[in-house]
Unconditional design. Structure first.
Length: 168
């Protein structure tokens, strides 16, 4: 038996399972990338696959699964060209150790392991961040700013919070 000495962050960056009170992490929300293609694939073939899959872009990956780029069709692309000639560079990626609540609502991200291998895609929670602690912190700051150095009564805080709510 060997000791894993690189630490928890490295363990998580490789998409390996973790337990604990933090999270949930992207590892629990990973979905397969809608479409991947090889750098040598021809534009016309990939465009046909994109249409069949009902998606607008493909991740370009090496045979080992490393994310090399992203291909989104353009009207002036040569149908016989290899993706390597027309793809955009490596898209922004995140590690699976990111907490789901840290993603923007509905935003999809490409998730890779520490070595750049594609693990999948993840989408932020619907309706906004799930970070309740941040929302409570923001409210506490707003109350402190509104009332200054004095301690407000419960009724004053309730009135203040009621006034902050959007009209229904």
């Amino acid at each position: 038996m060997a000791d894993y000495v690189d630490g928890k962050a490295d363990w998580m960056a490789h998409g390996l399972p973790v337990e604990g009170e933090a999270g949930p992490f992207l590892t629990s929300a990973l979905a397969e990338a809608p479409l991947t293609a090889a750098p040598g694939d021809r534009v016309e073939a990939v465009v046909a696959r994109l249409r069949r899959a009902g998606v607008t872009a493909a991740l370009v990956t090496s045979p080992e699964g490393l994310v090399l780029g992203r291909y989104e069709p353009a009207d002036d692309d040569d149908p016989g060209a290899a993706l390597l000639e027309v793809m955009a560079g490596v898209p922004a990626t995140v590690r699976p150790s990111l907490e789901i609540g840290d993603l923007e609502a509905g935003r999809s991200v490409t998730v890779t392991a520490a070595d750049g291998r594609l693990l999948g895609v993840a989408t932020g929670p619907p309706g906004g961040s799930t970070d309740v602690a941040q929302e409570v912190h923001d409210l506490a700051e707003a109350v402190a700013e509104h009332f200054g150095d004095r301690t407000p009564s419960e009724d004053e805080v309730e009135d203040f919070l009621r006034q902050r709510q959007p009209p229904s």
